[in-house]
Design a protein around this ligand. Structure first.
Ligand SMILES: Cc1cc2nc3c(=O)[nH]c(=O)nc-3n(C[C@H](O)[C@H](O)[C@H](O)COP(=O)(O)OP(=O)(O)OC[C@H]3O[C@@H](n4cnc5c(N)ncnc54)[C@H](O)[C@@H]3O)c2cc1C
Length: 461
């Protein structure tokens, strides 16, 4: 047995450290679609002290570490490495409590996002970020990836909801930055270093989350618009008419909506086909406000010709039905097998041009390509999913990525609006960040993790 494994076993015991066949299959891959890998060892610490001991040993022996949350990441940031120990936070899943006056929720990092949301709801409050992977992703993972979701247009990304963190640095030092106040300008706000750092700068072990009152009434509309420019005029009108009540603005191109509604055997909401489909959601503290504001906004957009047809949900059940196809993205593996999934950001004035050029360019290269376009367009975030059926399991990944990221760079967009770089996008960082920004990232990494043990082959490492 190697020196590092015997030290880890001695310090943490066999309940925390497992190797070889004892590592369950679910810890051998994440949601990136990369082939499963058996890590050097799997560590499942029960508390911050054990995380600290594990990192101190790995740092002293120069052993790489892969922090893992719920393994729902799509960029491969938590994907195991045969030369690294995987450090799963899944046992650190204690909800420490809600403080209703401060409107905060304190949790360990391995708490599942949905459980954190439920704890906030039980106290009559709300955690303002949400994503499709809510039932499996951890709070720590959403912090490490600065996750977004369907309500970013109203509430912002995970970063907006983090007041304080406890982080263990690569050498095992525990940094207590568990601030609970909204305002704290005493020096640098060090927690910001770790939010969105994809496990390269430290391991998040606890967090103080900011809560807010939940607007109890929502109104949801499913609209058919002639094209994206009309959809963007609807976005501008909805921002003006609804103000902060505008909670979601999701766009689906026919490529996505028709393929996914047919593939998942769901009825199409509107009788006719349209250039794009938009889900607009408003939320407010009175029922009439949410519904009337949305109705007025849609009525005006219909008069302008920007909305051709729309359905307004009459009940919670209707609302879920309007969202059902948009929320069916976990079905990709069943419907298509291996895919290339993109979460690019494109300035809105170039979005229509981008989608047309990406879909037609990919079809020109691969005539049978399936390309699905949709996204959080209110946040300039486009999701594109590509599968070339004739290529089977050997998808032309490099050519597809080169084309999509090249066009993203040329349109002054970002190669990652929300999922991070992980393994899959790291080679393209220079397409979206300047050499000076990348050099600064390397300086920060070297300062916090001089032995380069935390996710050393991922993201900006
Ligand atoms: C169906 C589905 C829908 C999704 N929808 C969205 C969406 O709308 N918006 C969005 O942004 N993402 C979305 N995602 C992506 C994913 O859910 C998020 O990236 C999520 O934040 C990952 O959390 P996790 O706990 O699964 O982290 P993991 O996948 O385990 O890890 C992700 C990264 O964080 C690091 N990490 C994990 N935990 C810690 C920790 N405690 N300390 C330090 N580093 C850590 C890992 O090393 C890795 O780099 C979706 C994924 C799926 C499968």
């Amino acid at each position: 047995m190697s020196d590092v494994l015997s030290q880890l076993l001695e310090a943490l015991g066999p309940d925390v450290v497992s190797t070889g066949d004892a590592i369950p299959a679910r810890y051998r891959h994440d949601w990136s679609g990369l082939a499963p890998v058996l890590p050097l060892a799997l560590l499942r610490p029960r508390n911050t002290e054990e995380v600290s001991k594990a990192l101190a040993i790995c740092n002293a022996t120069g052993t790489p570490v892969t922090p893992q949350g719920g393994l729902t990441g799509i960029s491969g940031g938590a994907h195991p490495d045969a030369a690294a120990v995987s450090l799963s936070l899944d046992r650190m899943n204690r909800i420490e409590g809600v403080d209703p006056e401060m409107a905060t929720l304190t949790v360990e990092a391995g708490v599942i996002l949905q459980a954190a949301q439920a704890a906030a709801a039980e106290a009559g409050l709300m955690l303002g970020y949400d994503l499709g992977a809510r039932g499996s992703c951890t709070v720590g993972g959403t912090i490490a990836t600065n996750a977004g979701g369907n309500q970013v247009i109203r509430y912002g990304m995970a970063r907006e909801h983090i007041l304080g963190l406890e982080v263990v640095l690569a050498d095992g030092t525990v940094v207590n930055a568990m601030n609970r106040m909204i305002k704290n300008n005493a020096g640098l706000d060090t927690k910001q270093l770790f939010i969105g750092s994809e496990g390269l700068l430290g391991v998040v072990t606890r967090a103080v989350l900011r809560l807010q009152p939940r607007p109890p009434f929502t109104a949801t509309a499913f609209c058919g618009c002639p094209d994206l420019p009309a959809g963007l005029r609807l976005l501008t009108a909805a921002r003006k008419a609804l103000g902060p009540a505008l909670t979601s603005f999701e766009v689906m191109w026919p490529s996505f909506y028709h393929f996914m509604s047919d593939g998942t055997h769901q009825r199409r909401i509107l009788a006719e086909e349209h250039g794009i489909y938009v889900i607009v959601e408003a939320s407010a503290f009175t029922e009439t406000a949410a519904r009337e504001m949305l109705e007025t906004c849609l009525g005006a957009a219909m008069e302008e010709g920007d909305v051709a047809d729309a359905v307004l949900a009459a009940s919670g059940k209707d609302e879920r039905a309007l969202w059902a196809v948009r929320e069916s993205v976990a079905e990709y593996p069943n419907l298509m097998g291996p895919i290339n999934a993109f979460d690019i950001g494109i300035p809105l004035e170039r979005m229509a041009e981008a989608v047309a050029a990406l879909e037609s360019g990919l079809k020109a290269k691969f005539p049978d390509a399936i390309t699905l376009s949709y996204g959080h367009i209110g946040d300039s975030n486009l999701h594109l999913v590509v599968n070339v059926p004739s290529a089977g399991r050997q998808q032309p990944d490099k050519e597809i990525k080169g084309f999509v990221y090249g066009m993203t760079r040329d349109l002054a967009g970002t190669i990652s609006a929300e999922h991070g770089l992980g393994l899959i996008k790291r080679a393209y960082l220079g397409y979206s960040r300047s050499p000076e920004e990348i050099a600064l990232m390397h300086q920060v990494k070297a300062a916090l993790d001089p032995n380069n043990i935390l996710n050393p082959t991922k993201a900006f490492a």
